[in-house]
Design a protein around this ligand. Structure first.
Ligand code: FES
Ligand code: FE2
Length: 392
């Protein structure tokens, strides 16, 4: 939907989202955080990486899911299959693999040397004959439900997921199926730990309203404006648990010689359009804690993902990954580098804002936040969250 930016049309289009102020208690309540652990993070598919992170047999990484107290080992077996396991030895439950990543054909527990293969089978137990009624074939690593969609690896910590991954992703996957993520390479990734509730952080990534303020020196003038000062929301679509929205770049930027190199769609870089993209920047929220954004960069497209990993009610790790297609010209490489630096600086501004907002909310000076119509994705996220929290 375009050209309706003067109206409060998201409330008209999606009246079930409501218009009332939202309570702040879920941002600061330990009780609510405990419910999020049990009813959200233990019950939803969670993106933990990409298949390119573990291309060869024996390649693995460990993902700490702090809110659930879980450590998950994701490993590619000699049969090529990507599997997830609880990173816990079957003997006396020592953490099998320390943090990080690597490549191993066998995994040996540091405590008493029980050894597993890359498919999670227990293959060696010192003094095996001294165990009672023991068949090591019954004591492999405990699997975690693991599946992939378009190269993104997801795990589910519950016993019986209510939906398989593809069903869970639903309309977002319908939109993005076939998107050439496999042609993009991880360009940079980093993690930052913030003193903020994970929802405060997610909220701030779900509106363009703050661009002319918080990002006035970075992105403030990059996006198209509505008739006042706000950045125009081009499209907002709820997809069940998930949603997408998009923005468009403004045409009014002053084009310096450098910006002409950096922004214009010159013919010396091949096109890499993503057909699935609506607007110049499209933002997909994959409930609960993943954001996937597609940006146009020159004639190409890039993908940035965010994963928000709650550690405590007031502490969250923000993991950010930049993906670009391999540059085919100096101009394209320059565009990518500039874009990466620009976004990185912008996200540092966001980190500062997240902590400021969290401190304000935690002061309990006020009990509600107020949302404009163009902050509708925040309302949608909160509706979905409340739905999950209410399910016993
Ligand atoms: S706890 Fe792993 S071998 Fe004993
Ligand atoms: Fe921002």
């Amino acid at each position: 939907m375009t050209g309706m930016d003067e109206k409060r049309h998201w409330a008209e289009q999606y009246p079930w989202l409501g218009t009332a102020p939202l309570p702040t208690e879920p941002y600061v309540s330990e009780k609510y955080f405990a419910l999020e652990r049990e009813r959200v993070f233990r019950r939803c598919w969670l993106n933990v990486g990409r298949i390119e992170d573990i291309p060869e047999a024996g390649d693995y990484f460990v993902r700490e899911i702090d809110i659930c107290g879980a450590s998950v080992l994701v490993i590619r077996g000699t049969d090529g299959i990507v599997r997830g396991f609880h990173n816990v030895c079957s003997h006396r439950h020592y953490r099998l693999v320390p943090d990080g990543r690597g490549c191993r054909r066998t995994l040996r527990c540091p405590f008493h040397n029980w050894t597993y293969d890359s498919e999670g089978t227990l293959v060696h137990v010192p003094d095996e004959h001294k165990f009672h009624d023991f068949d090591k074939r019954n004591h492999g690593l405990t699997p975690v439900h693991t599946d992939t969609w378009e190269g993104f690896i997801f795990v589910h910590l519950g016993d019986n997921p209510a939906a398989n991954l593809r069903e869970y992703l639903g309309g977002v996957a319908d939109r993005l199926d076939g998107c050439p993520f496999h042609e993009m390479k991880l360009f940079q990734s980093y993690r930052v730990e913030e003193q903020a509730n994970w929802k405060v952080m997610l909220d701030a990534q779900n509106e363009l309203y703050h661009l002319p303020g918080q990002h006035r020196w970075t992105l403030g003038s990059a996006f198209a404006k509505n008739s006042s000062t706000g950045s125009r929301f081009r499209e907002f679509t709820p997809y069940g648990h998930h949603n997408s929205w998009s923005g468009e770049y403004g045409l009014s930027q002053k084009l310096t010689p450098l910006k002409i190199v950096l922004f214009l769609n010159n013919d010396d870089t091949p096109e890499f359009p993503i057909d699935h993209q609506s607007g110049d920047m499209e933002h997909f929220n994959l409930f609960p804690n993943m954001v996937l954004t597609l940006y146009r960069v020159g004639r190409s497209s890039s993908c940035i993902t965010y994963n928000l990993w709650p550690v405590a009610v007031d502490r969250t790790i923000w993991e950010i990954r930049f993906y670009f297609r391999e540059a085919s010209s100096v101009r394209e490489r320059l565009q990518q580098e500039y874009f990466k630096c620009l976004i990185r600086e912008t996200l540092q501004e966001d980190s500062a804002a997240h902590e400021e907002v969290h401190a304000g909310v935690a002061s309990r000076a006020k009990q509600h936040i107020l949302l404009s119509d163009d902050e509708a994705p925040i309302r949608h996220f909160r509706k979905v969250l409340e739905h999950h929290i209410a399910l016993r």
